[in-house]
Design a protein around this ligand. Structure first.
Ligand code: PMP
Length: 352
């Protein structure tokens, strides 16, 4: 195992932070009358329950998520989307204008935006042509100020998983924080790293309810890590980052694992069908292997196809100018009817 010294990685101001203490932190027992939080005691125009602040520690949610994910609640952080978890990781670990992080493009855009917002130096180590980690270049980019390496597996926008052995190599050799974003893991053939958390004190895994769970509008992302890392993230987060409506609706949704598994099966089936139909079409050069709910498709005249689809009322993501994704469109797997519309539209495009 690596020499991992968490306190030396955490920012001094965060290490010594006295976190906000809410009314519900100060009194946790049962009472008749709650007049300690300056809420509206009469109620609200919606229902009585929204006049009270939500649970800042998301206890019911963490208990249920813990059962589903096979980890105890102290390993779970809940954020307002994984985007909030990304930002909080920067704020826990990176001293602005001093520390640096490494990302492996092409990858999810918020790792870079969050670095810029937090004034943290960003080092880019491109993936190889086969969208895998370039371990030697990665090693060369690390220095004493490198606090985090961001890995995304399955990766957006390429759709593939990173080789597990490469991810383990990084985890076993880098003494900073390794974030593995598993936003699309439910669509993947590869299993989550969550069962391996105990082996890697430097590992932070990100997941979200926005993809397989179909709840992008609720804004609920998760981080899984050692209790010590989770504790620092909780200290930095805004006290009421997950609102009451989201907590209630997410709890209801988390009872429906079977329904979600049925949706995952259907989307994966549709992904494979779409892959085989598109692969056989004129003008399409390559449909990249996907472990997600989207396809990265390389084709002739990608930008023109993008415009053509728009005219037909079909919106895909134009990735044709992204390095390593030249001539590619990123296409989310839709409903069976939507996928058929896409195929029909592509057949109507004149590639020659
Ligand atoms: N990570 C990856 C890899 C993503 O593709 C996305 C959304 N496109 C996110 C995180 C953001 O997820 P959330 O909705 O939980 O903020």
């Amino acid at each position: 195992m690596i020499m991992f010294d968490l306190p030396s990685l955490v920012r001094e101001n965060v290490k010594h932070l006295v976190p906000y203490s809410s009314a519900r932190d100060e009194f946790t027992g049962k009472a008749d009358v709650y007049i300690d939080a300056n809420e509206n005691s009469l109620g609200s125009p919606l229902t009585r329950w929204y006049n009270r602040y939500p649970d800042p520690h998301h206890q019911a949610l963490k208990a249920k998520l813990g059962t589903i994910k096979g980890v105890s609640p102290e390993h779970i952080f809940i954020g307002n989307g994984s985007d909030e978890a990304i930002d909080i990781l920067y704020r826990v670990f990176c001293v602005p204008a001093k520390d640096n992080v490494i990302i492996c493009p092409p990858t999810y855009g918020m790792y870079e935006v969050s670095a810029h917002i937090n004034d943290v130096e960003l080092r880019k180590v491109e993936l190889t042509r086969s969208f895998q980690l370039d371990l030697e270049a990665l090693e060369r980019s690390i220095d004493g100020q490198t606090k985090m390496i961001w890995l995304c597996s399955p990766n957006n926008p390429t759709g593939n998983v990173l080789d597990r052995a490469d991810v383990e190599m990084v985890l076993n050799n880098f003494e900073g924080i390794v974030v593995v974003d598993e936003a699309y893991i439910n669509f993947s053939r590869q299993r989550s790293l969550i069962p391996d958390l105990a082996d890697y004190p430097n590992l932070v895994i990100l997941q979200t309810l926005s993809k397989a769970w179909g709840l992008a509008a609720l804004r609920l992302g998760m981080a899984f890590a050692s209790p010590a890392i989770i504790d620092f993230m909780n200290r930095v987060k805004p006290p009421y980052n997950i609102n009451q409506a989201t907590q209630e609706l997410a709890l209801l949704a988390l009872d429906e694992v079977d329904q979600v598994n049925d949706m995952i099966r259907l989307l994966v089936e549709e992904r494979e069908k779409l892959t085989s139909v598109l692969s056989g079409m004129r003008g399409i050069r390559k449909v990249h292997v996907s472990d997600t709910n989207f396809l990265l498709v390389e084709m002739e005249k990608a930008h023109e196809v993008y415009r053509f689809l728009l005219d037909k009322g079909i919106v895909v993501r134009d990735r044709s100018k992204t390095p390593l994704c030249e001539d590619c469109l990123r296409i989310t797997v839709g409903t069976p009817a939507e996928n058929q519309k896409l195929i029909n539209a592509l057949m109507a495009f004149s590639f020659s």
